[in-house]
Design a protein around this ligand. Structure first.
Ligand SMILES: [Zn+2]
Ligand SMILES: [Zn+2]
Ligand SMILES: [Zn+2]
Length: 308
């Protein structure tokens, strides 16, 4: 099989996976109330199914990329020539292996290192819902309608995205993947969807000891360590944060340190932890910055630098 054809098929599987993922997200953000409560049973069934179809296609795309087209096709057709396989594909007559076999192959080959045993077990659960829904019905116990919104988002962010991001070795954070690959409009809706914000907050907590409120989207999803907001993708690395005199947090007050010189070395600053603001002075000589409303004592001024 030529590299070109393999890539074409892999891309097709990937883009089909995105179609179902988008469909699931769209339905969720448009039809759900966005609160942490009960999810309508119809919506749950449809979203589970969309996400599961998306994952099945994503796994195939990943296998084709890592180990070639023959790894996903049925044994009966495996020994055909490249030309015959290609022909069958374009005639829609190719038979692929069962999802379970493909999933176990990904697991045994360790194609996605970050996917844990527990997460593979969750894939089995969703596979079970999907099969039952498609072939008959799945009875979700009453109480489950309350936890399922969270489960759906976990499935999307921690499992489906890991598979999709492993194909084409994309080094992106989940929210970047949504904004740049899935679409800006859906991303805008998701960053206002409470279950999504909560999931992103938990994800940010995994990577940073301190989580602050983001100055752009207003969600508490800003990772201090990475200087990055897990919800809206705001990047704060150009700011030099200082400590807060109100809540005593370290490196939580940000101000426009790049333009401060144009403003007589004074700018409004905001604490991303406690929301208090103040006027920040940044010494033009030594760069030391402080809140002039709260610091008492001798500090640098425009006239005199204390570190000179
Ligand atoms: Zn943000
Ligand atoms: Zn503060
Ligand atoms: Zn100074």
């Amino acid at each position: 099989m030529t590299k070109q054809i393999t890539e074409k098929l892999q891309q097709k599987l990937f883009s089909n996976s995105i179609i179902f993922l988008k469909d699931g997200i769209e339905r969720l953000v448009n039809d759900d109330n966005g609160e942490e409560d009960f999810i309508e049973p119809d919506l749950l069934i449809l979203t589970c199914t969309s996400f599961q179809i998306s994952i099945e296609l994503a796994i195939k795309a990943l296998i084709v990329e890592k180990s070639g087209i023959r790894s996903i096709i049925h044994n009966k057709q495996k020994n055909l020539t490249d030309n015959e396989i290609e022909k069958l594909f374009f005639e829609n007559r190719i038979k692929t292996k069962e999802f379970d076999t493909l999933k176990n192959f990904v697991k045994s080959q360790n194609f996605i290192e970050e996917l844990t045993k527990d997460e593979f077990r969750i894939i089995d659960e969703f596979q079970n819902y999907r099969n039952k829904i498609v072939h008959f019905t799945y009875f979700f116990p009453e109480g489950e309608f309350y936890d399922k919104k969270e489960d759906l988002l976990y499935y999307m962010i921690h499992i489906l995205f890991k598979i999709l991001l492993s194909t084409n070795s994309q080094d992106m954070k989940p929210s970047e993947f949504i904004e740049y690959t899935i679409g800006g409009d859906l991303h805008k809706k998701l960053i206002k969807y409470t279950p999504y914000i909560n999931s992103m907050k938990r994800l940010a907590e995994q990577y940073s000891d301190k989580i602050f409120k983001c100055i752009v989207c207003g969600n508490r999803t800003y990772s201090q360590e990475e200087e990055y907001c897990y919800c809206c993708n705001f990047n704060g690395e150009h700011f030099t944060p200082i400590d807060c005199d109100y809540c005593k947090e370290k490196g939580s007050v940000i101000y426009d340190n790049l333009n401060i010189e144009l403003n007589n070395n004074e700018m409004k600053g905001l604490c991303l932890n406690c929301d208090n603001d103040g006027i920040i002075f940044q010494c033009p000589k030594c760069g030391f910055a402080y809140n002039i409303e709260t610091k008492i004592g001798d500090y640098c001024t425009n006239e005199k630098c204390m570190n000179e």
